[in-house]
Design a protein around this ligand. Sequence first.
Ligand SMILES: [Zn+2]
Length: 307
Amino acid sequence: MKERYFFISNDVETTSLWNHTLSDITGKKVWKEGMPVLLNLYQKYGIKSTFFFTGHIARLYPDIVRMILPHGHEVGCHGLVHDSDKAFDVLRLEEQIEHLQQSKKILEDISGREVISFRAPAIRVNGNTPKALLETGFRIDSSIASQRLDFMFSFGARHKLKWLLSPRKPYFASSNNLARKGTSKIMEFPINSILLPYVGTFMRISPAFTNVIRCILHYENKLRNTPVSFIIHPNELIDEEITKGRIQRRSKNYLKYLLADKIRYRLKLRNLGQKAIPLLEKQLIYFSQRDYKSITFREYYHTHLDQ
Ligand SMILES: [Zn+2]
């Protein structure tokens, strides 16, 4: 029987979902409160996972990186910063290289391990990103959500239309488009979606519909051996006080502000904090009961390089 894979990955950053802003104080809560919850759950279910840290949070609290090392999880890179005006689809090639070099060095200095896996902040990439990744020694990317439809609910939606035709199983990407197969040395790990994504945010917004997506993904695995991938953020598991009265406006376009800032913010508050923990545990139980093997992206990459 073929091995069944379940990839769970974590984006570790200073985003405060409660206040729709970046905050170093939130980063500290992520380290002290969110991360221990994840590590305990992964230990309980024998899960090996990949953690993508921004260079910013790693520099602020280096122990947030060190704490995962004894558990055998992988240290990956989530860019240098998470500001939407510095996303990879707006940075020039040289700037992408600069951000990758800096964040890789921060993470490698702290962990003492080579970092080869990347997920772009807000999964925003462009045609230069594969080049920038190759030049800075990365070999793995997980920033493409195959068959996910975002409409205008997120930033960079124009580039994200490429997702509709991207492959569903891990593949080597093209050297100018991570959403297509090609001959580059970058292995792409698609983020699973059935129009809607299988991720923590959607799990909280609609637990019932998430169960449906999960069943379909499991069925797809039985049929085609497609690995299942799930993303969670430790900042989804912390409670914070709402201190901001106004929602930060990131776009001049009113419709975009309404969809990508206001409505999205309201939706993202559902089942946020402690309430998300049992929902997450349900996902882990589901796959552990069905004999999925959860390994890091790096482990999969090394075992499948020659196949
Ligand atoms: Zn992120």
